[in-house]
Design a binder for this molecule. Structure first.
Ligand code: DX5
Ligand code: ZN
Length: 224
């Protein structure tokens, strides 16, 4: 099932509850929350208190993308705050197997994220443990960056690995996914589509989400 995971990084933080409700009216079904610590990435965003506040205003699943050093230290707090899925960066985890297990032990769905510079092959040992793999299609840290075209082949490669291994994890893509790039990632095999700036453009969030999903689903139909 093709889903829009709208990234609140691009939303108006002063009206977060309204922004989330509007993106949901447009068809968004997952709230993507970008957690940045100023160390793993050169930007700082939000942590568990904001996740808790979002949890209080929506029933949609909360997909927390941790761009932080030492994620193990914070996983319990995100669980208590109400996160449903936690994605950790491959590059930030010294003991990735243990970290993914820790996420599952706290009742959340574990996921791994891989940056554009790292081979998809690096994930092979953990694929049986994850709910989804997040393929970064920009270097993490900021919204509004340009989609890196090689991401399409990386998604296709991951889909082939999933088939060969007989697994059924989902494939998420994040960064520069917009009306002009979404068809190519869906055709390659992504079905959890993160989008921030393409959705939260001034005053048109609901229409943006609707149009984004229309294009994505049309590409999905062609693929099927
Ligand atoms: C980037 C974040 C993304 C970001 C995407 O580090 O992980 O989730 O919000 O923003 P857009 O859709 O604007 O590229
Ligand atoms: Zn993200």
């Amino acid at each position: 099932m093709i889903e829009l995971a709208f990234s609140i990084l691009a939303a108006d933080f002063a009206h977060l509850a309204e922004e989330i409700a509007t993106a949901e009216r447009g068809g968004g079904t997952i709230v993507h929350i970008d957690v940045m610590d100023g160390h793993f990435v050169p930007n700082i965003t939000f942590g568990p208190p904001v996740v808790k506040a979002v949890r209080a205003v929506t029933t949609l699943p909360l997909d927390c993308h941790l761009m932080i050093e030492n994620p193990d230290e914070f996983i319990p707090a995100f669980g208590e705050a109400g996160a449903d899925m936690i994605a950790v960066q491959w590059e930030a985890c010294r003991h990735l197997n243990r970290t993914l297990q820790l996420i599952a032990d706290h009742g959340m769905k574990p996921a791994v994220v891989i940056n554009p510079a790292n081979p998809i092959d690096f994930l092979v040992e953990v694929l049986p443990m994850v709910h989804h793999v997040l393929v970064m299609s920009v270097n993490p840290g900021f919204g509004g960056q340009k989609f890196l075209p090689r991401s399409v082949e990386r998604i296709a490669q991951l889909r082939r690995m999933r088939h060969e291994m007989g697994l059924n994890f989902r494939i998420e893509v994040d960064g520069g996914v917009a009306h002009d790039t979404v068809a190519s990632v869906v055709e390659a095999g992504a079905d959890m589509l993160v989008a921030g700036s393409a959705i939260f453009e001034a005053g048109k969030t609901e229409e943006n989400a609707r149009e984004f999903l229309r294009v994505a689903r049309a590409a999905g139909d062609l693929k099927a």
